[in-house]
Design a protein around this ligand. Structure first.
Ligand SMILES: Cc1cc2nc3c(=O)[nH]c(=O)nc-3n(C[C@H](O)[C@H](O)[C@H](O)COP(=O)(O)OP(=O)(O)OC[C@H]3O[C@@H](n4cnc5c(N)ncnc54)[C@H](O)[C@@H]3O)c2cc1C
Ligand SMILES: *[C@@H]1O[C@H](CO)[C@@H](O)[C@H](O)[C@H]1NC(C)=O
Ligand SMILES: *[C@@H]1O[C@H](CO)[C@@H](O)[C@H](O)[C@H]1NC(C)=O
Ligand SMILES: *[C@@H]1O[C@H](CO)[C@@H](O)[C@H](O)[C@H]1NC(C)=O
Length: 531
């Protein structure tokens, strides 16, 4: 399955490599736990770094949020400066194709299937990089300069000091800038502002040759667009300039229910198409054929408690539309009127209006509250066999009928998000892959598996369900693209990129010709002729 593990290594080839590398590079051979010889050049340890390299205590980094794949590296770089990263990459670049060493930039390690790991290579712990110090620039088009390893929650806290905040988010903020910009960064603001990669002015990137390059729409624009959504393939993001807007104080956070899918999506699409609308629009599915449901409205109060208590799902699949209206405390009255006006256009089940009101930061950091609860029950560090799909609008009804009506019997393994976005907010020069339609839906199956279970909440069951969903999409030819995709065969990647594959490969050969960077994505494999 995993080609780059190269399990079949015979003794002679090890000896050959060993003597060649010893001869050419004066290497020290390091015996890793899997018993394969890997060569870390001793010269690496002599690089004049501001931070440091660690050659032991590596196990903690050989894992990620997905909790399913573990690749042990040979070293971890804890960079203190951009030059630490550049020196390290350049050093590996200069070893040439005869070294099999690869480099994985690791953000917060919240990948799902080993994407930020490297087997026997060097992991760069991007969170150690604190330069530049975050700097907020006010003015007509405010922005903030941040390090590629910065967590979004820290950027929010810092920019709020100036009454500002980034525009486009992910649902969870304990992720890094470099990590989400390498994927896309999609949440309930994307219908209006586009994904996070549509809200970046400029990047500083270290290519696979160790060059430090500033890039933007105007300067080295091919690298700029390539890196955005580029799965870490073309360079390591060391700095980013993120667009800001005035921050609201509070958020009216609203949930309403639908029992009819078409009514639900019609309302979602109407909301995202309007000029004056909510500031955040998402939705999720509640399937209750087995009587099991998530506590979907924990902190919400029904507008009409009596009516709401009389509402019965009667085993029907429900669709929850989730919206938020941001406001300044001084504009409360306007916000109330605006929410009333918007809600009056919708066709939800009238007794099911639930409201909550929270400070902006609490709204954005909402998933962290669940994290704390799950951690306390030991349910955070479990396998996460997530499946994220981007589905063309014209196929969403077919998809829903089969997947929510047939394949799934309940939603007790984790939330299933579903919401539309408008393609016009995505830049087709970036590397991110999306469906060929003006409107498409993000459908995110965010499952947690119970490690010891062999039942419906076990890993095997959930993976089988994911496969059934993917098989259906394939069979019915829905034109679906995976987000946070994971493929192990280049053929599948080629398929994923479709007409964009050629330019993706071209960018790889321009910026990381030896395939040193982000090997965990398993798109390209570093040439190592002797192993
Ligand atoms: C609870 C939770 C909720 C989430 N919600 C959303 C959501 O709403 N929307 C959404 O879009 N995503 C969401 N994600 C997915 C998230 O975008 C990915 O996990 C992503 O990988 C970011 O995590 P990270 O910063 O830890 O990056 P990592 O997992 O460490 O890295 C991701 C990839 O990028 C590469 N990389 C990391 N840093 C850099 C860098 N500086 N330069 C170049 N390449 C780099 C890595 O090598 C790896 O290939 C969620 C994840 C979790 C765990
Ligand atoms: C998507 O955005 C474009 C450009 O703003 C707009 O013309 C179009 O009407 C939008 N489509 C929908 C369904 O909202
Ligand atoms: C789920 O279904 C069961 C049985 O039909 C019902 O008793 C329960 O109230 C439902 N839960 C929700 C949240 O609708
Ligand atoms: C990208 O979009 C622009 C308009 O937004 C269009 O003119 C161009 O043809 C598109 N390019 C590709 C490669 O699809």
């Amino acid at each position: 399955m995993i080609r780059f593990l190269r399990q079949k290594t015979n003794i002679t080839s090890i000896l050959v490599v060993r003597s060649i590398t010893l001869l050419l590079l004066s290497c020290t051979a390091i015996r890793t736990t899997v018993g394969v010889i890997s060569s870390i050049p001793s010269s690496l340890a002599e690089l004049p770094l501001d931070g440091h390299l660690s050659f032991d205590e590596l196990h903690h980094i050989a894992k990620d949020f997905g909790n399913r794949f573990q690749y042990l590296p040979s070293a971890i770089l804890y960079p203190k400066s951009v030059s630490d990263i550049a020196l390290t990459v350049e050093h590996i670049w200069q070893l040439g194709p005869y070294s099999d060493l690869t480099i994985a930039a690791r953000g917060h390690g919240h990948s799902l299937q080993g994407q930020s790991q490297t087997h026997r290579g060097i992991v760069i712990n991007m969170e150690s990089l604190k330069s530049p110090l975050m700097k907020v620039h006010r003015g007509k088009s405010p922005f903030v300069d941040v390090s590629g390893g910065e967590l979004w929650i820290n950027i929010l806290r810092e920019s709020l000091k100036y009454g500002l905040a980034p525009k486009s988010w992910t649902d969870y903020l304990h992720l890094t800038v470099g990590g989400t910009l390498s994927n896309g960064g999609i949440s309930g603001q994307a219908f209006r502002h586009g994904p996070q990669i549509s809200n970046v002015h400029q990047l500083e990137v270290i290519t696979g040759k160790g060059e430090v390059v500033k890039c933007s729409e105007k300067q080295n624009e091919d690298l700029f667009h390539g890196v955005l959504g580029g799965l870490g393939q073309f360079g390591i993001i060391t700095q980013a300039r993120i667009s800001l807007e005035p921050a609201p104080d509070m958020v009216k956070w609203i949930r309403v229910l639908y029992s009819d899918f078409e009514t639900f999506t019609r309302d979602q699409e109407r909301l995202i198409s309007e000029e004056n609308t909510f500031d955040y629009i998402e939705g999720f599915v509640i399937i209750n054929r087995t009587g099991l449901v998530n506590n979907w409205r924990s902190s919400f109060s029904p507008q009409d408690p009596i009516q709401a208590s009389e509402f019965k799902s009667e085993g029907r699949t429900l669709f929850c539309l989730e919206m938020a209206k941001y406001y300044k405390l001084s504009d409360l009255d306007t916000a109330i009127k605006e929410v009333e006006r918007l809600l009056s256009q919708l066709n939800y089940v009238s007794s099911t209006l639930f409201l909550s009101e929270v400070p902006y930061i609490e709204f954005l950091d909402r998933v962290h509250v669940s994290e704390i609860k799950l951690r306390s029950k030991g349910l955070w560090e479990v396998p996460h066999p997530w499946l994220n799909l981007l589905i063309p609008r014209s196929k969403i009804d077919i998809f829903a009928a089969e997947v929510f009506g047939n394949i799934l019997t309940d939603t007790s393994n984790g939330p299933i998000l579903i919401y539309p976005v408008n393609k016009s907010k995505w830049d087709n020069r970036t590397s991110v892959v999306i469906p060929e339609e003006d409107i498409f839906y993000l459908v995110a199956f965010l499952s947690s598996a119970i490690p010891t279970s062999t039942g419906t909440d076990g890993l095997k069951h959930i993976l089988t369900q994911n496969t059934r969903i993917l098989d259906f999409c394939e069979r019915a030819n829905l034109g679906v693209k995976q987000y946070l995709a994971h493929y192990t065969r280049q053929e599948d990647w080629k398929n994923h990129f479709g007409p964009h594959w050629e330019s993706f490969v071209q960018r790889k050969s321009a910026y990381d010709p030896l395939a040193i960077l982000a090997p965990g994505q398993q798109i390209f494999h570093k040439a190592a002729p002797f192993l």
